[in-house]
Structure formats: structure tokens, C-alpha cells
Design a protein around this ligand. Structure first.
Ligand code: HEC
Length: 144
């Protein structure tokens, strides 16, 4: 009997964590993306000399994020979950569009790996930056 109660409690806690989990995970993921972007901006402006290893470490954060993003917005993890989130309900209406925006972010980041100097990195980075803005414009609510 005791065992059964424990199992039920465990399942109940798991359900709550399942909704708060992906919201925190995606916000943390975006914070990491933001941190990498600071280095990316410096490289693209030439504030720091071009360095392929540094560029790769920025782009790897984006590539990893683009692969994870589509998994971090399960149904029910919008504002209705009760957890503070800037995810726009449009994500669950136009899921294909959101997934395409995530994929494009990864494709453009992979293209950036071919950069060999500040100019070519700047060109790739400009495309990536457009991906941040267009996804936020369509799928993130303006508040925060
Ligand atoms: C495919 C869509 C998409 C792309 C691409 C994207 N983001 Fe986001 N971003 C979101 C969504 C959706 C949220 C809101 C998440 C939430 O609150 O649940 C967000 C939130 C954020 C946040 C706030 C995180 C917090 O503290 O809660 C920052 C900062 C951010 N993004 C930066 C960036 C940067 C910089 C890029 C590009 C290098 C980028 N994002 C690319 C969709 C995207």
C-alpha cells in the first residue's frame, strides 16, 4: 500500500515537472544562445580578430539549440501552464512554421562554419541574426 502511494505521488510530481521543465529548459537554452551571441557580435564586427575555433564554439551553441528547440515546446507548455513564458500561442497553431524557423536557424549556423575571415563570418552571422529576429517576431510575445 505504501509503495502504491509513493508511485502515485511520483507520477503526480512528474506531470508538473513535465510542464515546467521544458519552459525552463528552453529559456535557459535561449540564455546560452544570447551569451554565445555576444562573442558572435564581436567576431562579426571584427572587434576581436577572426578565430575559426571561437566562431565554431558560437555556431555550435546555435546548432545544438536548433536541434533542441522543436522538442522544448510540448502542447500545454504555453501561458496556460501557469509558468511565465514568452512563447506565442502561434507555436501550437503553426507548428510546422515554427519547426521550419528552428531548422533554418541550424542550417544558417552550419553555413557559418565555412567562414574563413571577419567578412565571411559577418555575412553568415547577419543571416543568423535575421533568424533570431524573425522567429521572435512570429513566435515570441512582446513583453518581458
Ligand atoms: C525558432 C525560433 C527562435 C529562434 C531561431 C531564436 N529564438 Fe530566442 N526565443 C524563442 C522563443 C519562443 C522564446 C520564448 C521562450 C519562452 O519564454 O518560453 C525565446 C526567448 C529568447 C530570449 C529570452 C530568454 C529568457 O530569459 O527567457 C533570448 C535572450 C533569446 N530568445 C535570444 C535569441 C537569440 C540571440 C537568437 C539568435 C542567435 C534566438 N533567440 C533565436 C524563439 C527563438
Amino acid at each position: 500500500m505504501k509503495f502504491r502511494v509513493a508511485v502515485i505521488l511520483f507520477v503526480a510530481c512528474g506531470a508538473t515537472a513535465a510542464l515546467a521543465g521544458p519552459i525552463q529548459d528552453r529559456q535557459q537554452l535561449m540564455k546560452n544562445v544570447q551569451a554565445a551571441t555576444k562573442d558572435g557580435v564581436a567576431l562579426s564586427r571584427g572587434t576581436v580578430p577572426f578565430d575559426a575555433a571561437k566562431a565554431k564554439s558560437v555556431l555550435d551553441v546555435y546548432i545544438d539549440a536548433s536541434a533542441k528547440l522543436p522538442t522544448l515546446f510540448p502542447k500545454g507548455s504555453g501561458a496556460e501552464s501557469g509558468t511565465k513564458t514568452a512563447a506565442d500561442p502561434k507555436i501550437w497553431v503553426d507548428t510546422a512554421g515554427f519547426q521550419a524557423a528552428s531548422a533554418k536557424f541550424g542550417t544558417d549556423a552550419k553555413a557559418g562554419l565555412a567562414a574563413t575571415d571577419t567578412a565571411s563570418f559577418n555575412k553568415a552571422f547577419t543571416e543568423i541574426f535575421k533568424d533570431c529576429n524573425s522567429c521572435h517576431g512570429a513566435y515570441r510575445v512582446k513583453q518581458q
